[in-house]
Write a protein that binds this ligand. Structure first.
Ligand SMILES: [Zn+2]
Length: 427
């Protein structure tokens, strides 16, 4: 099957081409990009005319909780700890696997419609993976691990079963090992997790340095700053993906900067929960890989990455009172290729290059509120909406074309199911 996308303005995010935007035909054979040419004259089975439209890699959401779609906008005026303890965790205890299947399905559709082609989950539920498979989205799957309630080993076994059963079943699904955080996992439990991740050669994806209460708890347990706890627990032997990283100080940056770590910046979630936000331009200056996450809809409001990336550079410019600390292209890198690097997927996705998997989106930037588009990259970062995402392609499969979802899923039926779940759980 050959698909040709003709005459689009291509932002490749390929280091070799840098920020250059070129008018190119993108040729896809099955799941792989086989050519980027000025005028492709070969055969094809499917043609998409992208004249005056932008083609770019699909966005990579490096930290989310797919099952949390039903908690959208539930954290108004609640601190992180109050929100988790009083609202989220008691309700999650009553969620069935079927509930989590449908809440995950909703999230996957939200991502396809808003231009995200890969996400890194941090949730649970044994049939959530079916929701991911049914929507054909690319996913870094996991089972969130914690032992603060005494059920830690059960969760590890659940993860091992999930991994062993699914590891070779789909090219779209890879895994991370995901302790919830340093403050909800004991030292011995983190030791087990560290060894498990090494054994399977998987990255560790965890919440890290999100708010000040958490740092105080960690200090009381270890008498160390969080980055030094990672060192003490041998976690630098692993590839680490640290979500949030709001309060990493200069001493910790010195320790982290040569390690195989990535920081996932979640600006809206951090702002909503009154945590502050991460000084990521400082991390970037120290060669730390920074990528972007939405967090779950409960704290992040939506999985629409375009909403979240809009905040990234403005927050840094305001924080450092310097408009030169970061630019729009840096932000697009964070939302694409840097996310792929974080999870060892940069040989497959994150940029539009010959030989890589065909994960890309087509944007139509012709609507009145962003007209005229003087600088495409700046406009994408500062002011487009999901209405601009016209077509979403994952692994060569066209999942949405001209804003029509091409999956065998009845959206109204799904909404009704979600409504019933929300009513039953009294959210
Ligand atoms: Zn989170």
């Amino acid at each position: 099957m050959i698909t040709v996308i003709k005459k689009g303005l291509v932002i490749t995010m390929d280091d070799k081409r840098n920020e250059k935007i070129e008018k190119l035909d993108v040729v896809i054979e099955n799941d792989t990009i086989i050519a980027l040419e000025e005028n492709y004259l070969g055969n094809y089975d499917k043609l998409i005319d992208a004249t005056n439209k932008v083609i770019m890699p699909g966005l990579i959401n490096c930290h989310t909780h797919l099952g949390m779609s039903i908690f959208r906008c539930t954290n108004d005026s609640l601190s992180l700890m109050d929100w988790l303890n009083k609202k989220i965790w008691p309700i999650e205890n009553n969620m069935t696997d079927e509930d989590i299947y449908y809440t995950t399905l909703l999230s996957c559709i939200e991502m396809i419609k808003t231009g995200t082609t890969t996400s890194a989950d941090h949730y649970f539920g044994k049939n959530t993976i079916d929701a991911v498979k049914n929507t054909k989205i690319r996913e870094i799957f996991t089972r969130c691990l914690m032992d603060s309630d005494g059920n830690g080993d059960e969760r590890i076994n659940e993860f091992i079963n999930l991994y062993e059963e699914n590891k070779d079943k789909s090219p779209l699904i890879t895994f991370s090992v995901s302790p919830h955080s340093l403050y909800t996992c004991s030292k011995d439990y983190l030791d087990k997790i560290q060894k498990l991740a090494l054994k399977y050669n998987l990255p560790i994806h965890m919440h890290f340095s999100e708010n000040l209460d958490e740092i105080e708890t960690i200090k009381n347990t270890y008498n160390l700053k969080p980055a030094y706890v990672l060192d003490k627990l041998n976690l630098f032997e692993n590839k680490l993906v640290l979500a949030h990283g709001v309060f990493i100080d200069d001493e910790e940056i010195e320790l982290l900067k040569d390690k195989d770590i990535s920081i996932v910046h979640n600006p809206i979630s951090n702002l909503n929960l009154g945590c502050g936000f991460a000084p990521i331009s400082k991390y970037i200056k120290n060669n730390i890989n920074v990528c972007i996450g939405t967090d779950g809809q409960g704290s992040g409001n939506s999985l629409n990455m375009f909403e979240h990336i809009r905040y990234v550079d403005m927050l840094q410019k305001a924080l450092f009172k310097d408009p030169t600390v970061i630019n729009s292209y840096d932000v697009l890198k964070m939302a694409t290729i840097n996310g792929a690097k974080a999870f060892n997927l940069d040989d497959k996705i994150g940029s539009i290059e010959v030989g890589k998997k065909a994960d890309m989106i087509i944007l139509n930037l012709n609507n009145i509120e962003i007209y005229p588009v003087n600088d495409i990259i700046s406009q994408i970062v500062h002011g487009i909406s999901f209405n601009n995402v016209e077509t979403t392609i994952i692994n060569g499969d066209i999942l949405m074309e001209n804003q029509q979802l091409l999956l065998d899923i009845d959206e109204n039926d799904l909404k009704n199911k979600i409504k019933k779940i929300v009513e039953r759980l009294n959210i």
